[in-house]
Design a protein around this ligand. Structure first.
Ligand code: OAD
Length: 266
């Protein structure tokens, strides 16, 4: 990818003014914001021995019921892949924005924990967190369990299989996450949709909900999506370049002009 100096990206004065004056900003992110950290997006082809599997066929309660070992080993593979990744300038820019905007909340569909590692705090994890494990029967987080040869390991309390604390297809988003999202959307003046194909509900409906209550909608993506028609501003390009450029233009006092945003892995 050609290096785009972030200060060379031109943003409209109106966009800069709107974001700079906003006191309530809500951001929705998808797999695209982690792509520049080297994590394949959800709908990109899988690699290696998992190439023959479709994520939609593995991330389901039925798959886990049918073949718990296969599903557990797929998540172990994904966790190992993600563990090697570091936040990219897009994650870091959102962590900076959170510090500069009085009421800032971040809803992520990603389970990779990179927003937290980047320093974001007001995070609503719609689809859980791949580094957390829960009991498949009691649905509670299990921090540790005795090392055994069982794959998946078993809950030390009830002996049912453990599973990753992520939302599978056909499962509901945690009620707490939904309630938080509804509260945040009610007051948001600016809604960002970043790096998501806007195909999966209920996330895909959030931009429309925000639009209907008067928020300015900004989409950052490499391509158009089903919610592009809703956007007041469509910033087409990699979020790892666009977001630092936005921050540098909106709050230049916080970013010396020669700041180097490229993450060490880029
Ligand atoms: P997808 O893989 O569906 O979409 C990724 C989006 O990111 C696409 O629209 C890409 O164009 C865009 N993209 C890729 N690289 C980008 C970059 N560098 N900068 C900006 N945009 C980029 O992933 P999601 O939309 O996150 O849910 O998928 C949503 C949910 O679908 C996932 O959380 C998963 C799946 O069902 C569960 O597993 C429950």
């Amino acid at each position: 990818m050609a290096e785009i100096p972030v200060n060379s990206i031109q943003f409209s004065e109106e966009l800069i003014r709107i974001i700079r004056s906003a006191t309530h900003i809500l951001v929705l992110t998808g797999a695209g914001i982690s792509a520049e950290s080297g994590i394949p997006t959800f709908r990109e082809a899988q690699t290696g021995l998992w190439a023959k599997y479709n994520p939609e066929d593995l991330a389901t309660p039925e798959s886990f019921q049918r073949n718990p070992r296969l599903v557990w080993e797929w998540y172990t593979w994904r966790r190992d892949l993600i563990q090697k990744a570091i936040p990219n300038p897009g994650h870091l820019a959102l962590a900076v924005m959170e510090k500069l905007v009085p009421n800032f909340h971040l809803i992520t569909q990603n389970v990779d924990n990179l927003h937290r590692i980047a320093g974001s705090q007001n995070i609503i994890e719609f689809h859980g967190n791949i580094f957390q494990t829960k009991c498949s029967y009691e649905d509670i987080i299990i921090e540790s369990w005795p090392e055994t040869r069982d794959i998946p390991p078993r809950c030390p309390r009830c002996n049912h299989f453990l599973r990753p604390n992520v939302v599978w297809f056909g499962e509901s988003i945690p009620q707490q996450a939904i309630t938080s999202a509804i509260n945040c959307i009610q007051n948001c003046e600016v809604f960002f949709s970043i790096g998501t194909s806007s195909l999966v509900e209920p996330s895909a409906s959030l931009p429309l909900t925000a639009r209907l209550q008067g928020s300015v909608i900004i989409e950052i993506n490499l391509e158009h999506t089903p919610m592009t028609y809703l956007a007041d501003f469509v910033l087409k390009g990699p979020s790892g370049k666009i977001l630092p450029g936005l921050i540098a233009n909106i709050w230049p006092q916080f970013y010396p002009q020669d700041t180097n945003f490229s993450s060490s892995k880029s």
